[in-house]
Unconditional design. Structure first.
Length: 243
């Protein structure tokens, strides 16, 4: 019995010794493995990059905003001498009597007219501009020598119709033709009545005035009741204007 107890104690002591030895060896192995598995790794330095500052392009200041375009005002049409805006004209004339005139002094005259546009626009129907036809009515005064050199003076009422042809159609000039009637309102020695007429043609000329000046030539007759009369070649110079 004592032998068995001794053997058991010996076995237990041997097992304890072997166990402690195995534990110690395992610790050594773990330390070795730990040292091998986890080596000291030197920190990797980031690659040096060339610190090149990109030169930013110099930004020019934005262009100034466009200036608002100035509205070019169309020249205002003049209102006229009296501010009425009425189309009118003034005409000076010289008539050379074809019957009995002595010398160059015939009949001279001056007249003023109010001009009316054509409401029917007849010019378009003949291939002209819509304002190609005009009408005018006015008063005048004539004086001088009539037929057979008889002295003459009168205040006639005039009425004309004028057709302005195509611009530049007469060798570059602007032509027109016209026709008119006249009635004597009062003449020499207080005589009234008497009907006359005229036919004429002319051109427009730019003299730098407000409107083109009309120069025309034609035939005209003026009668003063049953008294003296005048008829012959007449020359006109007419200047349009506004009243």
């Amino acid at each position: 019995m004592k032998k068995i107890s001794f053997i058991l104690i010996l076995l237990l002591a041997s097992g304890f010794v072997f166990t402690n030895k195995a534990i110690a060896e395992s610790k050594v192995v773990k330390k070795t493995i730990k040292k091998v598995i986890q080596p000291e790794i030197a920190p990797v330095e980031a690659p040096e990059t060339e610190s090149t500052e990109e030169a930013l392009p110099e930004l020019s200041p934005p262009p100034p905003p466009p200036q608002p375009e100035k509205m070019t005002e169309l020249p205002k049409e003049p209102k006229g001498v009296f501010g009425w805006g009425t189309n009118a004209d003034i005409t000076a004339s010289y008539l050379y009597n074809l019957s009995g005139q002595q010398g160059l002094f015939g009949t001279v005259g001056l007249r003023g007219d109010i001009i009316f546009s054509d409401p029917l626009k007849m010019g378009e129907k003949f291939g002209l501009s819509e304002d190609a036809v005009e009408y005018k009515v006015g008063l005048g005064y004539i004086m001088g020598s009539g037929t057979n050199d008889a002295p003459i003076n009168a205040i006639p009422l005039f009425a004309d119709a004028i057709v302005y042809l195509k611009e530049g159609s007469l060798n570059g000039a602007d032509p027109f033709v016209g026709a008119g009637l006249n009635i004597n309102l009062i003449g020499r020695d207080g005589k009234t009545g008497g009907l006359g007429g005229k036919l004429y043609g002319g051109i427009l000329a730019d003299l730098g005035l407000q409107a083109k000046t009309e120069f025309s030539v034609g035939y005209e007759s003026i009668s003063i009741g049953n008294g003296p009369s005048t008829s012959g070649i007449v020359f006109f110079a007419t200047q349009p204007l506004k009243l």
